[in-house]
Ligand binder design. Structure first.
Ligand SMILES: Cc1cc2nc3c(=O)[nH]c(=O)nc-3n(C[C@H](O)[C@H](O)[C@H](O)COP(=O)(O)O)c2cc1C
Length: 160
C-alpha cells in the first residue's frame, strides 16, 4: 500500500490535537512557535517531546536554550495560534507584543493560555525533516477552565 506525503498529511490530520505555543528565552530574546506535534512521553521521569521542523526559526533557539515553555491554548486563542504560526525573529523582552509571564526557567509563557508547562532542555533526536526535542518537565499549572483550541483536518475546532 503506497502513500505519499500529501496523503499522509491528510490522514494524520484526522488525529485531533490541542494547540500549543512552544517558547524560548535565549539571553533575553524571546521566541515562540505554534506546535501541535507535542506528545507526553514519560511520567517517571516526566518527559514530553516536541517535533520541530528543521527550517523553523524556533530550532535555532531551541538549540541554544536551556529550557522551554509550553502554553496550551484555549478555544478563544485562534488568533494567537496564527500569530505564532508565522515565522518570526526572537525579540528582546517582548513576545510579539502579546501579554506573557516569565516562568521559573526564564521561558516566556503566553497570557490567557488554559495551562502551561516548563521544561528543562533534554536530548535532541533526528526525525526526518524534523528534530525531536525532549523536555524534562519541571513545572506547570492549569490556569483556566476554558475549553481547548483543537486542530483537526487542517482546521481549528472547539469542543461542542
Ligand atoms: C496548528 C498548527 C500546528 C503546528 N505544529 C507544528 C509543529 O508541531 N512543529 C513545527 O515545526 N511546526 C508546526 N507548525 C508550524 C509552525 O508554527 C510555523 O512553521 C512557524 O512559522 C514557525 O515559526 P518560526 O520559523 O519563527 O519558528 C504548526 C502550525 C499550526 C498552524
Amino acid at each position: 500500500m503506497a502513500i505519499d506525503a500529501d496523503q499522509y498529511r491528510k490522514i494524520i490530520g484526522s488525529f485531533a490535537t490541542g494547540v500549543t505555543v512552544v517558547t524560548t528565552n535565549v539571553d533575553g530574546n524571546y521566541h515562540g512557535f505554534t506546535a501541535n506535534a507535542v506528545t507526553s512521553v514519560s511520567l517517571d521521569p516526566i518527559l514530553l517531546l516536541v517535533c520541530v521542523d528543521k527550517n523553523a526559526r524556533a530550532l535555532e533557539e531551541l538549540r541554544q536554550a536551556t529550557a522551554f515553555g509550553v502554553s496550551i491554548l484555549g478555544e478563544s486563542q485562534e488568533g494567537i495560534s496564527n500569530t505564532f504560526a508565522t515565522r518570526g525573529d526572537p525579540e528582546g523582552g517582548t513576545l510579539r507584543g502579546l501579554e506573557f509571564s516569565q516562568g521559573e526557567t526564564g521561558a516566556p509563557l503566553v497570557g490567557g493560555a488554559i495551562a502551561q508547562l516548563e521544561c528543562e532542555m533534554g536530548e535532541h533526536f533526528e526525525g526526518g525533516d524534523h528534530i525531536i526535542v525532549m523536555g524534562k518537565v519541571v513545572g506547570g499549572e492549569i490556569l483556566s477552565d476554558e475549553g481547548p483550541l483543537l486542530y483537526f483536518q487542517g482546521k481549528y475546532r472547539r469542543i461542542a
